[in-house]
Write a protein that binds this ligand. Structure first.
Ligand code: NAP
Length: 326
């Protein structure tokens, strides 16, 4: 077991996973630097005792190198789910390239990079979505650099502030039924606390060297279709007195029209055509790489965790919850 790091730069530390990673690092008394595009986005982590929040443009190579310098390790959690080809390229590929160069120049070797299940480092171009292709190419550029790299590929992540089960529960408060795109897609949800624990374990251990970790070990966590997860979100969320709403699988043609219409609406779409393309790849661990168990983590069951936060939803109207950003 290698010594635990003392000072960690967490890119994307203000996000859903990042907040949990920072909390765990702070508990270990590890000094943390979190850059953000806007300081107010970091309010959830700004008060952690060992954390320094800095407004910075991480896409600027000079700025990134200054940030990396003096740290023992970097965690990269920066990603987008929506956007055009250029945005995916900039966020997932070019940023990874800049990070690799910055680390090489600053002499920082240890990098834990959170990618996504479905990415394929060997053959990115064969993948169906801009998201998965760019995530895979981001893995490639980091893998080619002189780093002690751990790539972590979670399936969809759930937890109190998730935009996944919360959104589907809130939507069912509003709609009498759910016309669902990608209904038969298979997913293996993982708890955000387990993801954060794995990131911290990878920072500490020998897993930091050139490994690929798939979150979720098929032996210990559940696989669901998207339709099953939407149904569960409604039932656990207490929609229609705990019955949830009927979920109808949309045929592919209608699913694409629905996604296109969502893209035309203001703000980030609930589901884009690129998201639909990603859903055509099973989001389930292949078993070819070690999973959470290899890190000594027993994955929590969604059925044990989700009632703890979705169970309160019945008290708020769906519209109110959606307005509040869920
Ligand atoms: N959530 C999931 O279900 C899920 C599933 C599979 C994989 N993952 C992966 O897990 C990682 C963390 O996901 P998350 O859900 O925590 O993401 P998130 O909540 O959306 O947070 C993303 C973070 O990245 C930063 N960021 C986003 N776009 C950026 C840009 N263009 N330039 C600079 N910074 C940018 C944001 O920081 P500021 O706004 O403060 O600048 C934010 O803190 C990502 O790699 C994601 O692909 C997540």
């Amino acid at each position: 077991m290698q010594a635990m790091v003392q000072k960690v730069l967490v890119l994307g530390g203000t996000g859903f996973v990042g907040r949990h990673v920072c909390e765990k690092l702070a508990r270990l008394q590890i000094a943390i630097t979190v850059p953000t595009r806007r300081r107010n986005r970091g309010s959830a982590v700004a008060t952690l005792p060992t954390l320094q929040l800095v407004e910075a443009d991480i896409h600027d190579p000079t700025c990134l190198q200054e940030l990396v310098t003096g740290h023992d390790a970097v965690v990269n959690l920066v990603a987008i789910l929506q956007g055009n080809e250029a945005a995916f390229e900039r966020t997932h590929v070019q940023l990874s390239e800049k990070l690799a160069r910055a680390c090489e120049q600053a002499g920082v070797r240890r990098v834990v990079h959170v990618s996504a299940l479905g990415a394929d480092i060997r053959n990115p171009q064969a993948l169906p979505s801009m998201y998965l292709r760019s995530k895979s190419r981001g893995e490639q550029v980091l893998h080619r650099a002189a780093l002690d790299l751990t790539l972590i590929r979670p399936s969809v992540i759930f937890g109190a502030e998730d935009r996944f089960l919360n959104t589907f529960a809130d939507l069912q408060q509003l709609a009498p039924f759910v016309p669902l795109a990608g209904a038969h897609s298979r997913l293996q949800p993982v708890w955000v606390e387990d993801v954060a624990s794995a990131v911290v374990a990878c920072l500490a251990g020998p897993h930091a060297q050139g490994s690929i970790f798939f979150f979720n070990d098929t032996a210990t966590t559940e696989i669901y279709t998207l339709a099953q997860l939407v149904g569960l979100a409604g039932r656990i969320g207490g929609v229609a007195h705990g019955r949830g709403r009927p979920v109808f699988a949309l045929p592919d043609v209608l699913a694409r029209i629905q996604a296109r219409l969502m893209e035309l609406m203001p703000g980030e779409p609930l589901l884009s055509r690129d998201n639909l393309d990603s859903l055509t790849v099973p989001n389930v661990a292949t078993g070819h790489h070690p999973g959470l168990q290899a890190l000594g983590i027993t994955a929590a069951s969604l059925l044990a965790i989700a009632p703890g936060y979705l169970g309160h939803k019945g008290r708020r109207s769906g519209l109110m919850a959606l307005r509040q950003g869920r």
